[in-house]
Design a binder for this molecule. Structure first.
Ligand SMILES: [Zn+2]
Length: 73
């Protein structure tokens, strides 16, 4: 599952065309391409999520755990 997720991420990155030079970002022809490529390689599968989404997911997780603890106690 983890590998498939990374594979999907990689495919979208390979198809991405640069707004600056109109070449595929994966070729790294201009500084914008190279910056985007670097960013995508470092961010990983959670790079597309913004912090608010992560906080919301965390809140849901905490609520679920609290509910579970309440039911079992
Ligand atoms: Zn470019």
């Amino acid at each position: 599952m983890w590998n498939r997720c990374k594979e999907g991420e990689r495919m979208t990155y390979d198809r991405l065309v640069c707004a600056n030079c109109a070449a595929p970002v994966s070729e790294g022809r201009c500084p914008v391409c190279r910056a985007n490529r670097e960013r995508m390689q470092h961010e990983g599968p959670f790079g597309g999520l913004n912090p608010m989404t992560l906080i919301a997911l965390l809140a849901v997780l905490v609520a679920a755990v609290a509910l579970l603890a309440h039911q079992t106690a």
